[in-house]
Write a protein that binds this ligand. Sequence first.
Ligand code: HEM
Length: 288
Amino acid sequence: MERPQPDSMPQDLSEALKEATKEVHVQAENAEFMKNFQKGQVTRKGFKLVMASLYHIYVALEEEIERNKENAVYAPLYFPEELHRRAALERDMAFWYGPRWEDAIPYTQATRRYVRRLHEVGRKEPELLVAHAYTRYLGDLSGGQVLKKIAQKALDLPSSGEGVDFFTFPNVASATKFKQLYRSRMNTLEMTPEVRQRVIEEAKAAFLLNIQLFDELQELLGQDAEDQSPSQAPGLRRRVGSGARDAALTETPRGKPQPNLLSQAPLLRWVLTLSFVVATVAVGLYVM
Ligand code: HEM
């Protein structure tokens, strides 16, 4: 006989996941990158970065979904026509990065970490794939719809949907009804209490992978803004480990990666700042 669930733990997996991820959802909404996005403070550069990460993430997610589409631990959630995002993201990549986008798109550390976990789950623990599909697809069908409108306005994109194909689900007539169907399918998955607990933990981990990605992108964008304001004293700059700095992310106006000499030579920056201060004082004394 199955043990009764404690009061605090809803019976349905869909309810349990919603409940268990409430806190990390708030954390995701409050990540600086997302907060700025919601305020309409999203630049082309930031948007291109996050979309490229999503491209890599969905390629991995959908590869693992295809691998497991006939496995009972995932099969009831297989909705390629309605949900799969790879083709849409490929169109978005071509829009944002041009015809040679495959060679041009960045692939950040946090994105790689997320992709690695998706492959691990798909190959070794497919019973946890539901957690990743839930976290992404139900999120895209919910808050994602608001983000699409914000991006179109902030980036002055055509209302035809070019550049934001990712957010458009042409084969989902009603997001609300589809989410209901998806939840009911999640609730048909048979799993032991032990697996169910691991699924819940994996969903929280999936949210955290997203949050780490937003934080990484924000850091990269922040560094770029700092690189463009030489008036700031070098000591006041936030530093990150050299590994987090992906040279390919420092774009010139034409999109060509270019190393930034000043950002790579703190001593040189100090010397320049010091020379400027000495020169200013000398001129001041001379004028007096
Ligand atoms: C600015 C950021 C975000 C906003 C404004 C937002 C907003 C929303 C809203 C309004 C809902 C619908 C809640 C409901 O129907 O009860 C929702 C649901 C959801 N969101 Fe988000 N969200 C954001 C970020 C995220 C992120 C980063 C993820 C994960 C990657 C995510 C995953 C989800 C999931 C899985 C659901 C479905 C919850 C359920 O019904 O079980 N959201 N979100």
